[in-house]
Design a protein around this ligand. Structure first.
Ligand SMILES: [Zn+2]
Length: 263
């Protein structure tokens, strides 16, 4: 008899517990807006979309983060060479900054690609997994058809995705982050923008010259769009994202607000 009572007490406890659990889940669901598809959505202060502009040879997505909708488009990208990864956390910090400081979007659309060569970035190799240097695979006037640059222009899905984005978005300027040559390089009509960045960035402005079939050669020399190649230090991948931003962030902002500097 005692045993039976205990059993009954246990089962009524279990039922109460179940009811409380169901109530809890319902309340949390309602608070999260799951139960009401017409509930107003909380809109981020900066309109942002993340687009997958293509896939790598191994199927990794190439993500492009889009901010704003102004007529002047500025494209940033990092890690087209996977063995030069320091630019990627810098791009994450740039995304944070664009979301914090709406002045950056005055009249502008900003596109940010943190990892242009996802397979190379994952394996920390310069090329993609076909052993092609993506930054020699563009249809620039100075391109050379050799195996390590791709046997034809845009033979690689990663460079084709970047090419398509440039064709569609027609950026006013492009900034690509590399290592380890310690300078702000430019191609095409990019000197004044590079110098504006150099006012607030601890790197000298140095003209390296357009490499055959590089994005710099294609965008700068063939299309005539200013392109800045920021070459960070060899050791910069050891820095945290915050340290990278403290060192180079103002220069990236200066590329956005050219010919001004904000901070
Ligand atoms: Zn590089």
């Amino acid at each position: 008899m005692v045993l039976r009572n205990e059993k009954m007490r246990f089962s009524s406890k279990t039922i109460k517990g179940l009811i409380s659990f169901v109530l809890f889940v319902t309340i949390v669901g309602a608070l999260a807006g799951c139960t009401d598809p017409y509930a107003p959505k909380i809109v981020s202060p900066v309109a942002t979309t993340t687009e997958v502009i293509g896939h790598s040879v191994q199927g990794r997505p190439i993500e492009c983060h889009r901010f704003g909708s102004g007529p002047e488009t500025i494209l940033f990208l990092a890690s087209i060479h996977g063995s030069e990864p320091a630019g990627t956390p810098l791009m994450w910090k740039l995304i944070d900054q664009i979301q914090k400081d709406r002045r950056l979007l005055n009249g502008r659309t900003i596109l940010v690609i943190p990892v242009a060569n996802p397979d190379g970035y994952a394996a920390r190799i310069r090329e993609n997994v076909n052993e092609v240097d993506l930054n020699r695979n563009f249809p620039a006037d100075n391109r050379i058809n050799i195996t390590e640059y791709g046997t034809r222009p845009l033979s690689e899905p990663e460079s084709k995705a970047l090419y398509d984005l440039i064709q569609q978005s027609r950026p006013a300027r492009v900034v690509s982050i590399h290592q380890p040559l310690k300078c702000i390089d430019y191609d095409g009509p990019g000197q004044a923008i590079a110098e504006n960045m150099g006012r607030v960035m601890p790197l000298p402005v140095t003209k390296l010259g357009a490499r055959p079939g590089s994005m710099g050669a294609y965008v700068g020399e063939t299309l005539g769009i200013p392109i800045i190649t920021v070459e960070l230090l060899a050791t910069d991948h050891r820095l945290t994202a915050d340290e990278l931003w403290a060192r180079y962030g103002r220069g990236l902002v200066a590329a956005i607000v050219y010919p001004e500097v904000l901070y």
